[in-house]
Design a protein around this ligand. Structure first.
Ligand SMILES: [Zn+2]
Length: 476
């Protein structure tokens, strides 16, 4: 049996987070708006209307390009991509063809502990089409989304498995959010994928004909569609019927199958030509430097820094950089507390676990970062024990919105570090439990823990456990 390798490239369309659309002044936020209420002559393609380039879209596009390690040339231009579709009122899309905004980037992805570099061919700007809704007996069209600014991010065919494809798409989403270029909210259709899939016998380097699966709108569909299509192509190959041309496919989420749409269009089909209504796009070195200065630390850099400088475990670093809110929350805590590992322990094992159980997003957490940090500081200063903090105090903060200090005051939780008082309690317990003391002397080590427990009970859980241990040992 021939062993196959799949060759996958991904195109990502992400809506750029701007106030207005790509070439007109309509609001870029159409979510929840009445259909066809957020439109104007330009984005409806009326004759004689002139587009104007949205500078915020250009700046955010460049920011994303730099975050993806792309090169941004001084000169780029817009082109008309001609095709007819009912949701495209102009009869063409304004895109970038041979001189894109940026080229030749890369990102790193991690799958099962292995780091892999995926090259990015280009990132260019374009405008979006409207939206069709098929209903029994007809089709509805809503032009609200028409003219929204998009960036298209095209990868090299470097991806080999559905898992790598999903990791790649998630990392791009994370990067776009970290740099503020796109909200990349899949549920609102702000990020969509096309996956090009071909196969070849392992060891060969030739690129065979591919199937481009259009409009995948979740990570799950992306992975499932690629998996299905690879298996389909292998079956065809084994029947001696490999793909004889490039094709365009659709994906049906409900049946879990790809289906044939049409032969793949080549660039000739689109009759690209330079957009006559727009000037070339010139990005000066000075402008580029200014934008570069606003690109924040990216998730991969953060992960490395957390591991190297803060001594965190790779798994913890990954959780904390899994989205921008989590990273910001963590960094606010770390700026206040002494021990980053303690911050991780409170965040990952207490707060995030509880939020997950309650299905609450971190952005809506009832305990904010500053307050969680104050709780950790109380532990660091030895004012309350770790267990008190993680249990009683945290729960009261989470459930009743109280601050750590209030809870400690109300419940009288302060740890007793008064050695005299602890010694007195220890002596009393030893006197009242001669049998346990005897067991201990006979070598039953568990008896010691039992005595510690009794002292803690005697002091109503307020004694500093470290001191209890020390003093008990001394007395015995
Ligand atoms: Zn408009």
């Amino acid at each position: 049996m021939t062993e196959f390798e799949s060759v996958i490239g991904i195109e990502i369309h992400a809506q750029i987070a701007t106030k207005t659309k790509m070439f007109c002044r309509c609001d870029n936020d159409s979510f929840d708006k009445e259909p066809n209420s957020n439109v104007c002559e330009v984005c409806m393609g009326f004759p004689g209307q002139l587009p104007v380039i949205n500078s915020e879209a250009v700046q955010k596009g460049i920011k994303a390009a730099l975050a993806l390690n792309c090169t941004v040339p001084e000169y780029s231009k817009f082109d008309r991509k001609n095709y007819f579709y009912p949701d495209l009122p102009k009869g063409f899309q304004i895109s970038q063809y041979d001189k894109p905004l940026s080229e030749k980037g890369w990102i790193e992805i991690e799958v099962e502990g292995n780091i892999k570099k995926i090259n990015i061919t280009r990132l260019h700007l374009e405008d979006d089409a409207g939206k069709l809704t098929h209903i029994p007996g007809g089709t509805l069209v809503d032009y609200n989304r028409s003219g929204s600014p998009l960036m298209e991010i095209v990868s090299d065919p470097d991806i080999r498995t559905p898992e790598e494809a999903m990791a790649y798409a998630k990392e791009i989403q994370n990067i776009l959010r970290f740099c503020g270029a796109s909200d990349a909210d899949m549920e609102k259709g702000m990020m969509r994928f096309d996956a090009s899939v071909s196969i070849r016998p392992k060891g060969e380097t030739k690129l065979n004909h591919r199937a481009e699966i259009k409009n995948l709108n979740s990570f799950k569909s992306l992975g499932a569609a690629i998996k299905y299509e690879v298996e389909r192509q292998i079956a065809l190959w084994n029947e001696d019927q490999p793909l004889k041309k490039d094709i365009t496919m659709g994906w049906a989420d409900d049946s879990g199958k790809t289906y044939f749409l049409r032969d793949k269009e080549g660039s000739d089909d689109y009759r690209y030509f330079p957009e006559p209504d727009l000037p070339p796009l010139i990005v000066t070195k000075d402008q580029l430097e200014k934008i570069a200065a606003t690109v924040p630390e990216m998730p991969a850099q953060k992960r490395k820094r957390y591991e190297k400088d803060l001594g965190l475990l790779p798994d913890d670093a990954r959780i904390l950089t899994s989205d921008i809110y989590t990273a910001q929350y963590f960094e606010e805590i770390v700026s206040i507390v002494k021990d980053p590992k303690k911050a991780v322990s409170f965040m990952n094992t207490i707060l995030l676990k509880r939020l997950k159980e309650d299905q609450i997003a971190l952005e809506e957490s009832p305990v904010n970062a500053g307050d969680l940090a104050k709780l950790i500081v109380l532990v660091e200063n030895g004012e309350i024990s770790n267990n008190q903090a993680k249990d009683e105090v945290f729960n009261a903060m989470y459930e009743y919105g109280k601050t750590a200090e209030d809870v400690v005051k109300e419940k009288g939780l302060k740890v007793v570090s008064d050695e005299g008082a602890i010694e007195k309690a220890c002596k009393k317990i030893l006197e009242n439990n001669p049998d346990t003391l005897e067991d201990l002397k006979m070598g039953k080590e568990r008896a010691f823990g039992f005595l510690v427990g009794l002292v803690m009970k005697e002091t109503k859980g307020q004694a500093n456990p470290k001191l209890v241990n020390e003093i008990l040992k001394k007395l015995i």
